[in-house]
Design a protein around this ligand. Structure first.
Ligand code: F6P
Ligand code: MN
Length: 312
């Protein structure tokens, strides 16, 4: 965009955005370090070789080298920040103590959807930030959350509890503001359904039929970050990874995946539920806690809860 006098208008970057909103200095530090880490992650995705690292994570999934690499990159930056106390990462089976004097503890999925890299679909990093020393906490204690989407563009979406803001990486690998205060409509026309349909319970099956009858279109990529980003940035719709007949707790992890996204979607005026209860109010039983999720436009989530309550 060209300004009046032929000059390019100044694009606000992430650090300046955080400063102008008077965010805590240490929290600003954590968020900016994560943004820096993502430059290395996107570089690794775009140039890195795919391969099996030879280890498997807590959940028995084979780790691609990129998972391991992304985890190392994030850990290093978090240690270097000097303000992070503890870290829980989806790729590590215990909480790591980084700095006993750190003000914040963080939970993250360093490279969600990494099995999609070999087919060149979008993947992402998801992060939740707590004040204090306890990363194993309910989502209602989060002070901030963000995700980075490595798609055709690299975008970063964050909230510190004062709205949801979207940034895009420019040619200098800096994040500049795209939009502030993203808001979701109460009801949507797209849906993104995870899990195998023949494993859906009667309640979930009836809910899907309801969405189809209302004219909602299916928009599913198989990557949690791009699928959530789609409903958030379109400002309407619903993502679900429900309880299944063969997986009653669903698939996605409360700590690393669901809580940060629930925080962001609620901040945008949406809702997130496991079908019976608000996601952010669930006390984690362990770092590997899984929950079903229905997340997005408020009325669609409420409708899912109604079908689940009635038909299971
Ligand atoms: O947690 C990893 C993940 O790949 C998410 O990004 C995605 O929503 C989900 O799992 C898809 O799982 P599946 O293909 O096994 O149903
Ligand atoms: Mn994941």
């Amino acid at each position: 965009m060209i300004g009046e006098a032929g000059t390019t208008p100044f694009q606000k970057d992430l650090r300046r955005h955080l400063r102008e909103r008077d965010e805590d200095r240490d929290l600003t530090r954590v968020i900016c370090e994560l943004a820096t880490a993502s430059r290395y992650v996107i570089h690794s995705i775009r140039t890195g070789e795919l391969g099996v690292a030879g280890t498997s994570n807590l959940y028995g999934e084979t780790q691609l080298a990129l998972d391991v690499l992304s985890d190392r990159i994030l850990q290093k930056r978090m240690k270097y920040s000097g303000v992070v106390a503890k870290i829980a990462s989806e790729e590590i089976d215990e909480v790591i103590c980084v700095n006993p004097d750190g003000k914040y503890s963080i939970v993250y999925d360093p490279l969600d959807g990494s099995s999609l890299v070999d087919v060149n679909l979008a993947v992402g990093t998801i992060v939740g930030i707590y004040e204090g020393q306890e990363p194993l906490s309910a989502g209602n204690k989060l002070v901030a959350a963000l995700y980075i989407l490595y798609g055709p563009r690299c975008t970063l979406v964050y909230s510190t509890g004062n709205g949801v803001h979207e940034f895009a990486m420019n040619a200098l690998m800096e994040y500049t503001l795209v939009q502030e205060n993203v808001q979701m409509a109460p009801s949507g026309t797209i849906y993104s359904p995870g899990g195998q349909r023949n494993q859906y319970t009667p309640g979930v099956e009836k809910f899907v039929s309801y969405l189809e009858e209302k004219g909602s279109k299916l928009r599913y990529s198989g990557g949690f970050v791009p699928d959530i980003n789609q409903v958030l940035i379109k400002g309407q719709g619903l993502f679900m990874y429900p309880h299944l007949k063969n997986a009653p707790r669903g698939k996605l992890r409360l700590l690393y995946e669901l809580n940060p996204m629930a925080f962001l979607i609620e901040q945008a005026g949406g809702a997130a539920s496991n079908g019976r209860q608000r996601i952010l109010d669930i006390e984690p039983e362990g770092i590997d806690h899984r929950e079903p999720i229905f997340i997005g436009s408020k009325e669609d989530v409420a409708r899912a809860e109604k079908f689940v309550a009635e038909f299971g």
